[in-house]
Structure formats: C-alpha cells, structure tokens
Design a protein around this ligand. Sequence first.
Ligand SMILES: [Mg+2]
Length: 243
Amino acid sequence: MTIAGITFDFWDTLFTVRGDETKKRRNEMVSDALAGVGVDLPAEAAGAMFDDVAVTFDESWRAGVQYRFDHARASIVTRLGLDELGAARLEEAWLEAYRLSDLRARPDAAMAVHGLAEAGIRLAIVCDVSLVPSSVLEEHLRRAGLAEAFMHRAWSDEVGVYKPHAAIFRHAIDGLGITDPRRVAHVGDLRRTDVAGAREFGMTPVRYRGAFDDVDDGYPDAEHVIDDHRELFEVLAVGRAAQ
Ligand SMILES: [Mg+2]
C-alpha cells in the first residue's frame, strides 16, 4: 500500500536536548524569580522539586494517566505555599527556561522532513508532551524552520491521551485527511509507545535509533529500523532522497 502520510514523534526523533545546562538554568531562573517575591528557594532545592515532578510525570505517563505542566505547577505551588503572585512568577520563569532550552532539531530530521513535504507526503507530529507544554514545543518548531512542513500535530496535552492509545494516532491521521491507517507510517524511538501504538492502530511503525536506541525487549521491534531519517525515502518507497 502506498504511503501517503508520515507521523513523527518529537523527543529523540525530531528534537533532542543537550546535557544538563538547560536544567541548571531553569533552577537558577526559578530561584531568582521566587527570591523577587520574597520566597527563598535555592537553585539546588528547586532542582530537587523539579526532579520530583519529573518522576511523577514518568510514572503517570507509563500508566497512561495525564500529567501536564499545569499539574506539576499546582503541585509545586502547594508544596511551597505560594500566593497568586508567587505562582505567576514561578510559571513565567519556568516556561521562559523551557523557551531558552537548548533544544535542537536533528539535522537528518530537518533534511528528511523538508524533502518529504516537498514530495507531497503529508506530515504530522504525534507527541507525548512531558512537562514542556506543546505551546513551547511549537516555538521550538518555528525556530527550527520546521513548523510549516507539518500539516498537523497530535500533542498529548491537547488530545488528552498518550501513546500507545489509538486516539492520538487517530487524531493525527484525521488531521492529515487520511482515513486508512495503512497508508501512514509512524516514526519514533520508543517500542512501547511509538512502535506498539502505531502497529496496533494499523500504521507502519519505523523505529528511529539515531538519538536513542531503545533496547526494551518487552516489546517487539518495528519492521523498519533506521539510524538516519533520510533512510525513510527508501524504506517507505516515498519521494526521493533530499541531498
Ligand atoms: Mg521519543
């Protein structure tokens, strides 16, 4: 069956984030912002709190229970006993840190995405949003010059479910105007969510291991495993390779 559309995971597929600089800066920005409203939270203590909400996110995500930025924010506001102004400052600094984070589009992804879009393949993003809200991820997409290449996005914080739930894949192909999932491939790095979810929904899974090689053998691998997104042209027999 001819492939008419491709959906892409976001983290460790289209984008990666570098090292701990981002976290360090976030901790400092939040600590400074709260100091401005008389709340003493050293950067290190801020870091420990962010680690805690990250653990809660991870557990919730694995259980398929929504845990978004606003949940994490509420948890920290309660824990610190922040008033409205404190909560607003926390949010501002936290989101600003995410905007400034060193998120890079993978060069092979950028090349392939532009080439596929030019070849008329309909592209969408299917992303399990962690604590970085999709509104901020959109800014990073724009900055990387990739926003226009994607016709549609299925962000979990908007759709309301995480992969491997069928509803998020359904949302994506509906947005592409494609009714038959067999005409769509999904590219992602994780076997449990990307590969299993896409396969269960009837799409062709492609596992990308250029950023992260998921060796979780509790879940079957994809039909196609690629190290570079430019291999998509060949394995899916679509368009022609961009140079
Ligand atoms: Mg990923």
